[in-house]
Design a protein. Structure first.
Length: 105
């Protein structure tokens, strides 16, 4: 009886690890919104920080699957004007990659 319980818990832990590796609850749109919200929250306390209020900025459509999460690419601009009406036509952008895992950060 003890062997069966041990085997049951072993198989249960393996199936939980495989499910977490696949992370089916984190779809592309959720990963994009989490990445953008985290990026905005991180830069909100910086006076002349980076933002995604520029032409062609924000989370890109090419969200990639990685083990235990998704990889989201965000284009952003740093040190520019905040008001969208005063944005220049050509704004330099940088690129960063955020990997969101299944933990609250």
């Amino acid at each position: 009886m003890k062997r069966y319980i041990l085997a049951f818990f072993f198989l249960l832990s393996i199936s939980l690890i495989v499910t977490a590796y696949w992370s089916p609850w984190l779809n592309d749109s959720t990963a994009r919104s989490l990445a953008v919200n985290h990026f905005i929250e991180f830069n909100s306390s910086i006076q002349d920080g980076c933002g995604i209020i520029c032409k062609d900025c924000g989370a890109k459509e090419n969200v990639q699957w990685v083990p235990f999460g998704r990889k989201v690419t965000i284009e952003y601009s740093c040190g520019g004007p905040i008001d969208p009406a005063t944005l220049p036509k050509k704004q330099s952008s940088n690129c960063c990659c955020l990997i969101y895992r299944n933990s609250k950060t």
